[in-house]
Design a protein around this ligand. Sequence first.
Ligand code: NAP
Length: 290
Amino acid sequence: MPTTIDGRKVSKDIKNEIVQKVDALKAEGKRVPHLAIIIVGDDGPSHTYVKGKINACKEVGFEYTLLHFANSLAEAKLIKQIDKLNEDEDIDGFIVQLPLPDHISVEHVNERINPGKDVDGFTNQNFGSITSTHHLLLPATPFGVMELLKRYEIETKGKECVVVGASRLVGAPVSMMMLQDGLATVTVCHEHTKDLAKHTSQADILIVAVGKPNLITKDMVKKGVVIIDVGTSRVEDKTKKSGFRLSGDVDYENVAPLASYITPVPGGVGPMTIASLLVNTLKAYEAREI
Ligand code: NAP
């Protein structure tokens, strides 16, 4: 049977490390890191994610500020709010929770954020810095994936890594990180890839970030593969109080017996995204305090 990569445990370890640093700051009489979160509209899952981020701030002793705006908020007003946070000396980092309403351009928003406070790692500057040795705030979910591989001491150097999904949020940055820091040979697949199984079956390390439950089946992987399943979709489940359960992109039940390591969904990459956000907020704080 494979080793389950326990994102909840790793994220807890990271939070404990941060708590120690926050306690040390307090003992020295210094202020603590301060994260602000902007959320626009009433999308249920987004509010759940934001709640998780606020709870994480509470757990590690960060200050936090939540700014909730109506769905009708004009883009110009949101930009003004971002400018305020960019200039606010008390705020070390902030995020604008996605998705945004259709009338607001995510690109305009991201490019307005001061890269030094961009703790989601979404701005062009932080995205581009993946290929540099001087990166400060790496994109949160890809950073979480790399941290899982590192903490489970999974060798990446020289391995065949196949990334399925090429989005700016996950697939593209994680493939760049696997190339840059992981020193792997990287193949990136997407919707237009002609024969997905031909590529996935070559993978020593398979990272999937698509959002299609059961996309990866047992005939598409080789024995001993390391699988990182980033996909998170809501699937109807009448046995649950909520009426749904979360599913990854991998047919876990049938694929797991072939894997050497695998992340579950939930409990794999998800908790790492929040842990990475905390790590980035601490880094942003430290960069400002020095
Ligand atoms: P996205 O922007 O929709 O991108 C999906 C990517 O998958 C695209 O590159 C798309 O190809 C590719 N794709 C679509 N159908 C495919 C297929 N049949 N075969 C191969 N590739 C295919 O999604 P995202 O933001 O990257 O998120 C991906 C998944 O990760 C979602 O389930 C999301 O909820 C999850 N996620 C989880 C976390 C976490 O913390 N756990 C964080 C972020 C995202 P094209 O480029 O050709 O369109």
